[in-house]
Design a protein around this ligand. Structure first.
Ligand code: HAM
Length: 437
């Protein structure tokens, strides 16, 4: 095998792949701007410590980390959330609220290679800081839906599963679990979809066997699929905390419904999220067929900025990945064709004509058209063939006869019609010929 291979899980973007990625980024950026989010960027390399306590065991085990030449322990960023918290925390007093920020960036996790999971991938992150109420969740869930609907994906292609870690904690507290036990149960729930009943083995090892009655209640809670079922399940418990959470649930679902997006969202308490910092609502987006790993994930993380040593600032956000999103739009035939066709192909008589054409070529390009010309002299027939193959809309012909008359010929490639225009008017003539195409 010649040369070197790229590392496993790292992608090269040949032009066609690159243009697909650009379409994804463009769609996300448009959505974010329409929702009034502001774009930011941040370092790729961060102090290792930013992740070792904040992101949780799963991400910690996947870090690309090393000691730099100055003896610092550093890591390539596996996610944006701790970084954006530091940025917002450091200037919290000076930023106008609500703070609505987004970014598009590359992240690195040493994951086991599998479909939809790589070691270097891009995420669109959107976060709202300084808003404690569920209005922020409504805004973000709607934005997440637009980030996928913007490709032409519909409610039949993907959906958002909404859950709530606070609700779980309050419910488990009402069932008599202490905090450590509740965390153990949430860990089991996180694994339940993949492992089934075995997910509870870890809990039993640490906290003892779970009694059948409470296990049944946990599993029933896990299977809730609507607000009505949720209200019914909580009705027997007198808890202000649970009542307040239910009020927030109604607000979020009402708000998302009022935006006309009810069909995109389901109540699903099976989602608890692996990351350590989430405190309230959590949500994930999936393809309807269930072929792919998560498209996006997020939730509320009200304590993280304070844990990093800054102000007490509520926060909620999500990230959507380019790998699974790309697979889904490909599967649905929504990926764009790679467009490289020039607007104008310039056909040149020879060296003298090439020189004469250069000023016009430069002027046409400065006006914004995509203009191509052959690098080497060739017969007219060959050049017209190349013009046709390139998909150009117009050919501009710089032959000796034309130049002697002070004109240029414009050929419409669709019907081969030709006309002559004075050289001085070539930019205007191209503008007229391309108008409305
Ligand atoms: P996450 O669930 O770890 O959340 O990642 C969000 C999305 O990034 C996933 O749903 C997936 O599309 C993509 N992703 C993650 N890991 C990989 C990988 N190895 N290969 C390809 N795609 C991947 C977070 O990262 C949170 N920081 C999101 C967040 C923002 N929460 C609040 N604000």
């Amino acid at each position: 095998m010649a040369g070197f291979q790229s590392l496993p899980g790292f992608r090269e973007f040949y032009p066609e792949d690159f243009s697909r990625r650009q379409q994804i980024f463009r769609t996300w950026r448009q959505a974010a701007q329409a929702y009034g989010f502001q774009e930011y960027d941040a370092p790729v390399l961060e102090p290792l410590e930013l992740y070792t306590t904040k992101s949780g065991d799963e991400i910690e085990g996947q870090l690309f980390s090393f000691t730099d030449k100055g003896g610092r322990d550093v890591a390539l960023r596996p996610e944006m959330t701790p970084t954006v918290c530091r940025m917002v925390g450091a200037k919290a007093g000076a930023l106008k609220r609500p703070i609505k920020w987004f970014s598009i960036a590359e992240f690195y996790r040493y994951e086991r290679a599998q479909k939809g999971r790589l070691r270097a991938f891009n995420q669109f992150n959107a976060d709202i800081f300084g808003e404690a109420g569920p209005e922020a969740e409504i805004e973000l869930i709607a934005l997440l839906i637009q980030c996928l609907a913007g490709f032409g994906l519909t409610k039949d292609d993907f959906y958002v599963r909404l859950s709530d870690r606070d609700l779980w904690f309050f419910y488990l507290e009402a069932l008599g679990f202490n905090d450590a036990q509740a965390r153990g149960i949430l860990g089991a729930i996180d694994r339940y979809e993949k492992m089934g009943d075995d997910a509870f083995k870890g809990y039993a090892e640490t906290h003892g066997e779970l009694d059948a009655d409470r296990k049944a209640k946990v599993l029933a809670f896990l299977k809730i699929k609507s607000l009505g079922e949720l209200e019914a399940a909580l009705a027997p418990y007198q808890s202000d905390k649970l009542a307040a959470r239910l009020a927030d649930w109604r607000k979020v679902l009402d708000g998302v419904g009022a935006m006309g997006l009810a069909d995109f969202i389901t109540v699903d308490l099976g989602v608890v999220r692996g990351l350590a910092y989430y405190t309230g609502f959590v949500f994930e987006a999936f393809d309807r067929k269930g072929d792919l790993r998560a498209l996006a994930g997020g939730g509320r993380y009200n304590d993280l900025i304070k844990k990093l040593g800054y102000a007490d600032l509520p926060a909620v956000g999500f990230a959507i990945g380019d790998v699974t999103t790309g697979l889904l739009i490909e599967q649905r035939g929504l990926a764009p064709k790679h467009a490289t066709a020039p607007d104008v192909f310039v056909v040149l008589g020879g060296e003298a004509e090439r020189k004469a054409a250069f000023a016009d070529i430069r002027a046409l390009r400065a006006a914004g058209w995509r203009v191509e010309y052959p690098f080497k002299d060739a017969a007219f027939g060959k050049q017209f063939k190349a013009a046709a193959e390139s998909g150009a809309k117009l050919a501009l012909i710089y032959g000796g006869d034309e130049l002697a008359k002070g004109v240029v010929k414009i050929r419409d490639m669709s019907d081969r019609s030709e006309r002559e225009v004075p050289r001085a008017e070539v930019v205007d003539a191209v503008r007229t010929a391309l108008a409305g195409r």
